[in-house]
Design a protein around this ligand. Structure first.
Ligand code: CDT
Length: 398
């Protein structure tokens, strides 16, 4: 049976300076209920989802800055969201400003957490690519002071086994950098969750407004396809106290296709029934390094990179397989492949001719479309039916 996860993205409209945490948590809870009503078990909320995007404001008083930070998670104001998650059996990704003590010093991070369906925090990510500047720019239409208010994340790009899948997290600006995706991709990520606050204007350089949305979607779609992962991206958008940010929350399939996209710049829930095996055929064919790179690449750096891939190929065969991947061409030594592939995978599995129980494709195909090793796989699976917007989700029907 195919592995599936009903997942939703909960886009937030503006949060103004005057809005209280309690009012924001109510909005998050309403969207969690809506997502649950449509069958979702995982909801992605935006970056800094509990407050306005405060790095746009120049502040010098540390006490004033710290009003935007959470000292504990969950705290008194966020606990109702965790309670609801546990009651409904819906997990979530949430972005917030984290104030914490490490080795006696205070640190501030732009953080996201992964919360499982029983309300437990199972993962934490601290933003690494902090955009903007740290000095006051009085000429700019607004500030982007992430470099001033946050420390650089110190925990890397990790993945977690959660929601019966391999889940990774990143935050906003991270999505523009290929290494964000690749580091998670090399760990076998199947779902990447991310939240963002993207102003419609680049204060550092004049660029046409349409490019903001184009680069956002380009980053999601390339990251999804090149790592064969689902991407769940949640915006905080609309005009916060007059400062506009893009919407465009989206769910992108491992094929790079946009499976669902928010239409508004307000609170809006979109959802898709994720087929977690949809990316498998890409890992086994287009991106099967054991198959594509029989010869060692000539360049030294590339060689090291491909060694990492080969390790990953072995990891993927374990992480991604609900149906076990077995090499029929495995020599009795268990170390090399009878098909003559020079690739020597870790453990005793071979990526050259996996038999796909899920009907996925096999990289052992000959020109006539049959598998060298006798696998009965028939080729890539077709994409799932893709749909727009939440509300009444036919594919999630209850
Ligand atoms: N929040 C965040 O990371 N926003 C950035 C704005 C970049 S322009 C300084 C983004 O990449 O969307």
């Amino acid at each position: 049976m195919a592995r599936k996860l009903h997942a939703a993205v909960a886009q937030l409209g503006p949060i103004h300076l005057a809005d209280s945490r309690a009012s924001v948590v109510k909005r998050l809870m309403a969207m969690m209920r809506e997502a649950h009503g449509c069958g979702a078990r995982f909801v992605v909320f935006p970056e800094l989802a509990l407050t306005t995007f405060f790095p746009r404001w120049w502040m010098t008083d540390q006490a004033e800055i710290d009003r935007f930070f959470e000292r504990e998670m969950p705290g008194p104001e966020t606990r109702p969201l965790f309670d609801l998650a546990r009651d409904l059996g819906v997990g979530f990704y949430l972005g917030y400003a984290e104030l914490t003590q490490e080795k006696g010093d205070l640190h501030r991070y732009n953080t996201s957490i992964l919360v499982e369906r029983d309300g437990r925090i199972v993962g934490r990510y601290r933003k690494i690519h902090l955009p903007g500047h740290s000095e006051h720019l009085p000429e700019a239409p607004f500030q982007h002071l992430e470099k001033r208010y946050f420390d650089v994340g110190n925990e890397g790009f990790r993945v977690w086994r959660a929601f019966d899948a391999v889940v990774g997290m990143c935050i906003c600006n991270d999505r523009r950098w290929p290494e964000t995706w690749r580091v998670m991709g090399l760990q076998g990520v199947e779902i990447v969750a991310l939240g963002y606050n993207t102003p419609i204007e680049n204060i550092h350089h004049r660029e046409p407004e349409h490019l903001r949305m184009f680069h956002h979607l380009l980053s999601l779609q390339a990251g999804a396809y090149q790592n064969a992962a689902w991407v769940l991206a949640a915006a905080k958008c609309g005009a916060e106290d007059g400062f506009a940010m893009i919407g465009g929350s989206a769910i992108v399939a491992p094929t790079g296709e946009i499976a669902a996209r928010a239409l508004s710049e307000e609170d809006e829930v979109i959802g898709v029934d994720l087929d977690l095996e949809l990316g498998d055929y890409l890992r086994r064919t287009v991106f099967a390094h054991g198959l594509q790179f029989r010869e060692a690449p000539p360049d030294r750096a590339l060689r090291a990179y491909h060694r990492a891939h080969r390790r990953q190929d072995g990891g993927l065969s374990r992480a991604a397989s609900s149906g076990a991947i077995v090499c029929r061409g495995r020599a009795s030594s268990g170390r090399s492949c009878r098909q003559g592939g020079r690739y020597r995978p870790p453990r005793d599995s071979c990526r050259i001719a996996p038999r796909s129980d899920a009907g996925g494709s096999c990289p052992g195909f000959r020109a006539d479309g049959r598998c060298r090793a006798g696998c009965r796989s028939t080729g890539p699976r077709s994409a799932p039916s893709l749909r727009r917007r939440g509300g009444s989700w036919p594919s999630l029907g209850r």
